[in-house]
Ligand binder design. Structure first.
Ligand code: SAM
Length: 321
């Protein structure tokens, strides 16, 4: 299944790509946003696409082959954006950086890596592909973390109210048999919910939040985002724009707080009489409130329901890139 880019009109409106502009798409995926940006930056604007999944890279290359003279690609993590941009000097002055966080529909439906509890697949959940040595995958966390560690992951990253009973149940079940597949894990969440709430029907499936939590943990999504934002800002040229599409409140909070902090000069404590922080304002917030999908887009693409786009503009050339 091909991925439908979310908030495409809003990305174009707020990042405002113009002929000759150069962009970095830090999560190029299937290349949906990148394609529209490349069309608008013709005839000579360049785009550097980054993705940590080699399968996404291959699909983007195929989907964007008509732009092969202006489209460059890097297989890596967006938190290395400074190095990746420096390794690709042909990209020139960067007018915009986009990050469309999380997974593509294709990864969920076709990767076979266990991102969805609706498919019986091995519990891998890594977006990094091929798998990198030394990185934990979901089944290691599920089978090796202590009950309290699992509870913390489910609570912090999933905001799961049954974090403790589900974690305890996992630990009990794995004593009899290792939990290796998505359906096994989903069944544990369902039985924990049934014990607490009886046999009612759920607004969202009982496994939704623990799957999200494990995916965030396996992929270190929140710390990667925190590290990415200042570096993305630093590679931008003056008046360049940074846009981030997030899909859950934990990500959106990180983006919102970063934009808020960087849009202020002094960030000293209110009780401080004189400024001691030397913090300088480095961006202007363009989307006072995040852009969200129209009713029409939500109907056509349910994935867009939770999407939020925040955009900021770099104020001065403080760049150390
Ligand atoms: C939602 S999809 C992007 C879809 C894309 N905008 C499009 O229109 O086709 C997110 C992509 O970002 C990649 N990704 C997620 N986190 C990443 C990271 N930290 N570094 C690099 N790529 C990442 C995923 O592998 C996935 O291919």
């Amino acid at each position: 299944m091909s991925h439908i880019p979310v908030l495409l009109n809003e990305v174009i409106e707020y990042l405002d790509p113009k002929p000759g502009d150069n962009f970095v798409d830090a999560t190029v995926g299937d290349g949906g946003h990148a394609k529209e940006i490349l069309k608008r930056t013709a005839p000579d604007g360049k785009l550097l696409g980054i993705d940590k999944d080699l399968n996404s890279i291959k699909i983007a290359e195929e989907n964007l082959k008509e732009f092969k003279d202006r489209f460059f690609i890097a297989h890596g993590n967006f938190l290395d954006i400074k190095k990746i941009a420096a390794d690709n000097p042909q990209i020139g002055k960067i007018s915009g950086v986009l990050a469309d966080l999380g997974l593509s529909s294709r990864q969920i439906e076709e990767s076979g890596r266990g991102f969805s509890f609706q498919r019986d697949e091995p519990l891998i959940m890594s977006m990094v592909w091929p798998l990198a040595e030394g990185r934990k995958i979901a089944l290691q966390i599920v089978n090796e973390a202590s009950a309290r560690e699992l509870e913390k992951i489910f609570k912090e990253y999933g905001e799961e109210r049954l974090a403790r009973p589900i974690a305890d149940r996992i630990v009990r079940e794995r004593e009899a048999k290792r939990i290796e597949r998505t359906f096994e894990l989903a069944d544990i969440a369902v039985s924990a919910y049934k014990k607490f709430f009886g046999n009612k029907t759920w607004r969202i499936h009982p496994a939704t939040k623990i799957f999200m939590a494990l995916r965030i943990s396996v992929n270190e999504e929140l710390s990667d985002l925190e590290n990415f934002l200042p570096d993305a800002l630093s590679v931008l040229a003056e008046k360049g724009r940074l846009g981030v599409i997030s899909f859950h409140s934990l990500e959106d909070r990180i983006v919102k707080n970063f934009f808020r902090k960087e849009s202020h000069g002094c960030i000293c404590d209110k009780n401080q009489v004189e400024c001691v922080c030397d913090h300088m304002r480095s961006l202007k917030i363009i989307t006072k409130r995040p852009a969200v999908a129209s009713a029409d887009e939500m109907k056509k693409n349910p994935r867009s329901r939770s999407a939020k786009l925040r955009v900021a503009e770099k104020l001065s050339a403080l760049s150390d890139y």
